[in-house]
Design a protein around this ligand. Structure first.
Ligand SMILES: Nc1nc2c(ncn2[C@@H]2O[C@H](COP(=O)(O)OP(=O)(O)OP(=O)(O)O)[C@@H](O)[C@H]2O)c(=O)[nH]1
Ligand SMILES: [Mg+2]
Length: 348
């Protein structure tokens, strides 16, 4: 199929709902495929704001995803993630890769927030069409952080990027979920934060494919590396892979070449061993569940649970006039019944 036909086919499903101007979306996705940065930004906004065209955009982008290598990078605030991501981007650009960066949680006190930081970063790459950086605020997404990040990453990838980096702060549950979107996960540690390694031990054991000791120009890099090694005796998260430790100085670029090689090596190992497929399927399983949850909520809100009704129910439940368990069951059953009898799914 020609590219336009592929996009048109995925559009057809959505145009029947009448909610989307399919031609406009088709046009938008064709444009972002040719590297039009404004089209890319607009497509992302549609999804980020949960606009009616969002699902259609994602569906039209979907056939063009799955080829890029997705690298997740996480670490404490100020660990040097953005600096390192920039260096990796530079490295990949020199290798003729096109690069997309999605930075999540820009609210760190260290850099005054990524809004400022990323604007500065954007400037230094300003004229490079092979690099796209998008930072996401952490305000309440209907679909949850991980799901929205995944969607945005897909759109960026569909624009033809072959290396996709997802940068997140910290190692909380949200980050673990986000990082699950990645093929290869890099956990960044730095010397001089006391028992930092110990305190985030559980989280990083679960997700790290590669450890980076950044700020290795500082004292204490040896100790961090030793701590990582001693934790590793407890076992890694992917069977058959012992996460390597790479030292870097992101500000000078020292160690960035070896880090890129280690990432490639890990990706190759994942591919060869069949673990990459497993990882991606597991990520999709979590995402599908999340998407179903989202869609049900949307339908519910759309059909018979407006803000006013929700508020009325909430008040009634708080005053013990209504049983929430029975209520929720009824709402969902009504929704399903509605669809069974409705025009979109006629009963046999
Ligand atoms: N000495 C030294 N400083 C570094 C190194 N890498 C980064 N820095 C500095 O550390 C500070 C934080 O770097 P960022 O790249 O903004 O760190 P980040 O992890 O992205 O920070 P947040 O996004 O705010 O969490 C900056 O002042 C960097 O210049 C390094 O290897 N050595
Ligand atoms: Mg940063």
């Amino acid at each position: 199929m020609r590219e336009r036909d592929i996009i048109a086919t995925s559009m057809a499903t959505f145009s029947t709902t009448g909610a989307v101007h399919s031609e406009e979306i088709e046009n938008l996705v064709s444009r972002l495929r040719t590297g039009d940065v404004r089209a890319l930004a607009r497509a992302i906004s549609l999804v980020e704001n949960d606009s009616p065209g969002g699902a259609a955009v994602l569906s039209a982008c979907f056939p063009y995803t799955g080829q890029a290598l997705r690298i997740g990078l996480t670490g404490a605030p100020g660990a040097g993630k953005s600096t390192l991501v920039d260096q990796l981007a530079k490295h990949y650009r020199a290798q003729e890769h096109s690069v997309g960066i999605v930075a999540v949680d820009p609210t760190s006190p260290f850099t005054g927030g990524a809004i400022l930081g990323d604007r500065i970063r954007m400037q230094s790459h300003h004229a490079d069409p092979g690099l796209y950086i998008r930072s996401m605020a952490t305000r309440g997404f209907l679909g949850g952080m991980a799901s929205t990040t995944a969607d945005i990453a897909s759109i960026v990838e569909a624009s033809g990027k072959t290396r996709l980096m997802i940068e997140t702060v910290g190692v909380g549950q949200d980050e673990v979920d986000i990082v699950r979107l990645a093929d290869v996960t890099v956990v960044i540690l730095v010397p001089g934060l006391g028992d930092d390694v110990q305190s985030i031990k559980a989280g990083i054991l679960e997700i790290a494919d590669i450890y980076v000791v950044n700020k290795s120009d500082r004292e204490g890099a040896d100790r961090v590396e030793r701590e990582i090694r001693s934790m590793q005796s407890l076992g890694g998260h992917t069977e058959g892979w012992v996460p390597p430790v790479v030292r870097t100085v992101a500000t000078t670029g020292d160690g960035v070449g070896p880090l890129a090689e280690t990432i490639d090596h890990c990706a190759e190992w994942l591919r060869q061993s069949g673990k990459l497929e497993q990882k991606r399927a597991a990520a999709w399983q979590a995402r599908l569940l999340e998407m179903i949850r989202q869609q049900l909520t949307r339908e519910l809100v759309h059909h018979h649970l407006g803000a006013a009704e929700l508020q009325a129910h909430a008040r009634a439940v708080a005053e013990r006039d209504e049983d929430p368990y029975i209520l929720v069951e009824r709402l969902v059953r009504d929704l399903l019944d509605l669809h069974r009898d409705g025009p979109r799914h006629p009963s046999p």
